[in-house]
Design a protein around this ligand. Structure first.
Ligand code: TNX
Length: 537
């Protein structure tokens, strides 16, 4: 059923197209003699869309994407940027150069119109609708973020191969119909550990390209750990001069200068992805204490030295020294100034050599520092031991008890259950990379769980899900991709699509059809034997 409100949005978009685009361009349907195109029969409901949209209605014809297509938007800066993004991606996929908001050339016969539809805002800030007709595609969105998500859907609907045998020129037939969509969870993330092994700005950008394609909207960067400190802090330069020069296995490490980090954040923003910076403390701080021994706790904590092994739980910052809090203040201030996003992640996990009372005191003091710098604190759910409140976000990874304790104190939750959502767990015993402390996670296990019921914690406390990728066993981008793909695509769907819309049997068919995209992008995915991978569409 089409809601009257939807109809109104649709007709107002049509009116805008006629008055703003078609008439001035002189391309109203009757103004040009057109050779009829031969269009194949299609079925929008069978498209390999990932994540699966909320509602899809098929009308079985095709929009012929071709050299006579143009893209139009209202003259808003951000929508215009998104239209250019779409045009670039169409060119990469098809070679077609589709003009954006071009003046009349008398050539355009079909248009893609990105329409500002304010009425959708009430539904969800990422809600969009796609109306795909034979001569027009209308993408309705209230926000630029929503338009960006809708553009990903449209990209996925464009076939890899043109249909040039039936017509005189190449067309890429886009299946017609209607898609009404918005996400089930606002937070759909992944975490990348750049501390155990460092990954360059260029490598992370390539990863971001694929995350955005699957509508992931959060990239949490684990920036510091025992083996390396990966972000320049101007007030404490040795963190990167000393702490940034090693990694697991003895490689040369590396770090992001503040300029690099800004560049990464800007790239993520352009893809409507929020970066959450994490500085893990008070444990996981060997690299910091190696750079500045004054920060080291002493006591049970092991003396700082270059660490290239994979052990955890042996380091701690000194929780009573004012210098330590001055250090943290500088770190949080400098990183927050580079971060448009609302969050700062303080880690807080596996502080096994910090006394419990010191840990509690530490987390509470750090919470005030994070707040002072205008950010909302996130921590691994171990922080539930401290006095956290409703401004805090806890990340569930192992202990349901800590997750419950966190929401008992009013915090919101991000779900990252290690047994289901850890991208660094091996797929199976043959897996070339990965760990197995939380179990093996084949592609079906990764997909077959329900974030709404998994922890027994009611949905209203859950912001969404995040799949962490710890990097002890991966040193290159290709190894990173091997662990991330294809499981991350399933996590993207667990975050976006409703449980009613998910089924493993149907999902694995759509997943099998991602190969043309993954291969075109040069992404090294694990060819799981559970999936019958399609070679060409
Ligand atoms: C546990 S998950 C850790 C990390 C390791 C990871 C390896 C969490 C909060 N801490 O320090 O890298 O296991 O799977």
């Amino acid at each position: 059923m089409i809601h009257p409100k939807q109809l109104r949005t649709y007709f107002s978009a049509l009116a805008k197209i006629v008055f703003i685009v078609l008439i001035p361009l002189g391309i109203a349907a009757c103004s040009q003699p057109k050779k009829p195109l031969h269009l194949p029969k299609t079925n929008l409901k069978e498209a390999a869309l990932l994540p699966k949209p909320l509602k899809t209605v098929a009308t079985f014809s095709a929009f012929a994407l071709d050299q006579f297509t143009s893209i139009h938007t209202p003259t808003d800066g951000q929508l215009d940027d998104i239209a250019h993004f779409l045009s670039e991606k169409i060119e990469l996929k098809t070679g077609l150069r589709i003009p954006v908001n071009a003046a009349a050339e008398g050539l355009a016969q079909r248009i893609i119109y990105i329409n500002q539809a304010d009425s959708l805002k009430a539904l969800d800030k990422e809600a969009y609708q796609l109306y795909i007709n034979k001569d027009s595609i209308i993408l309705n969105a209230a926000t630029s973020e929503a338009a960006f998500r809708g553009v990903q859907t449209l990209r996925q609907l464009i076939p890899e191969q043109s249909n040039d045998t039936l017509n005189q020129h190449a067309i890429w037939p886009v299946p017609t119909g209607k898609i009404v969509d918005h996400p089930n969870f606002a937070h759909r993330g992944t975490m990348l550990d750049v501390a155990r092994h460092f990954f360059s700005v260029k490598e992370v950008k390539k990863y971001i390209d694929a995350l955005a394609y699957y509508k992931i909207n959060v990239l949490h960067l684990h920036l510091t750990d025992d083996q390396g400190w990966r972000i320049e802090i101007k007030a404490w330069p040795k963190l990167t001069e000393i702490g940034g020069q090693t990694e697991v296995g003895g490689g040369k490490g590396g770090f992001y200068s503040q300029e690099d980090y800004k560049d990464l954040v800007a790239y993520a923003s352009k893809h409507y992805i929020t970066i959450i910076p994490e500085v893990d403390m008070p444990g996981h701080t060997n690299a910091a204490s190696l750079s500045y021994p004054i920060l080291h706790a002493g006591g049970k904590a092991e003396k700082p030295r270059i660490r290239t092994d994979m052990k955890v739980g042996y380091s701690s910052l000194h929780t009573e020294k004012d210098t330590v809090y001055r250090f943290i203040d500088d770190v949080v201030r400098e990183i927050s100034a580079l971060s448009p996003g609302p969050y700062f992640h303080i880690g807080g996990d596996e502080s096994h050599v910090t006394k419990k009372k010191d840990y509690i005191n530490f987390v509470e003091r750090v919470a005030t520092i994070v707040e002072k710098h205008g950010k909302r604190m996130v921590g691994w759910a171990d922080i539930a031991a401290a006095g956290i409140d409703s401004t805090t976000v806890a990340q569930f990874w192992r202990s349901t008890e800590n997750a419950e304790k966190s929401i008992g104190k009013g915090a919101k939750l991000i779900l990252s259950p290690a047994k289901k959502a850890y991208l660094d767990m091996k797929y199976d015993t043959l897996s070339k990379h990965g760990l197995d402390w939380a179990g093996l996670i084949p592609v079906d296990t990764a997909y077959l769980w329900n974030p709404e019921t998994y922890s027994g914690i009611p949905k209203e406390h859950i912001l969404g899900i995040e799949a962490p990728l710890w990097s002890e066993t991966i040193a290159t981008l290709s190894e990173l991709e091997y662990l991330a793909f294809p499981r991350i695509i399933g996590y993207a769907e667990l975050g976006w699509s409703t449980p009613e819309n998910r089924s493993w049997e149907e999902y694995k068919e759509r997943l099998a059809r991602q190969t043309p995209y993954l291969e075109r992008m040069g992404i090294n995915y694990y060819p799981s034997p559970l999936i019958q991978w399609v070679q060409k569409e």
